[in-house]
Design a protein around this ligand. Structure first.
Ligand code: GDP
Ligand code: MG
Length: 153
């Protein structure tokens, strides 16, 4: 179980609906460490870099206007298997398919406005962290509580 870093976005719908705090709280309560955090306005250029795999898809224009519609909270979360832990906490893409107890399942019924982004693998995480953060913005820290939050196997 490697310690991983993952890129998380609290998308414009989460910020507009005042859900950034509650969603961030869920990640913190799980024991993930905030390694970087900022409020940004995603530009069309940034959206195209982040969502390169979707740019040719029919829904991309809608996705770009959504993700650029208002402020987004970008963060790097760190922890054991953080990438899959975050994806599990988010739930599947469509809020209507997401189980209660997941972020998308608890807060939304949309496929597009689904509140959060989390990297889907180690390669995506490295790429996305580099898109949103300069190396010096990601803060290393050893935490005294770490053994109590994720000890053992
Ligand atoms: P994710 O990894 O669960 O975020 O989902 P994807 O990588 O498949 O899609 C990226 C984002 O594009 C999603 O989180 C949604 O915000 C949006 N999206 C995905 N599929 C659709 C779609 O069919 N229609 C629209 N309008 N947006 C979509
Ligand atoms: Mg994806």
């Amino acid at each position: 179980m490697p310690t991983e870093r993952t890129l998380v976005l609290l998308k414009p719908d989460a910020v507009a609906r005042r859900l950034a705090g509650p969603i961030l709280t869920r990640f913190e309560q799980k024991g993930l460490r905030i390694a970087a955090l900022k409020l940004i306005q995603v530009t069309p250029e940034l959206a195209k870099r982040h969502y390169a795999e979707h740019v040719q898809k029919p829904f991309y224009p809608m996705l770009e206007s959504f993700i650029t519609a208002g402020p987004t909270v970008a963060l790097v979360l760190e922890g054991k298997s953080a990438i899959s832990v975050v994806r599990g906490m988010m739930g599947p893409t469509n809020g209507r398919d997401a189980a209660p107890g997941t972020i998308r399942g608890d807060y939304g019924t949309s496929r597009q406005m689904n509140l959060v982004h989390g990297s889907d693998g180690p390669e995506a995480a490295a790429k996305e962290i580099a898109i949103y953060f300069q190396p010096h913005e990601v803060v290393d820290a050893t935490e005294p509580l770490a053994p109590w939050l994720s000890a053992g196997d």
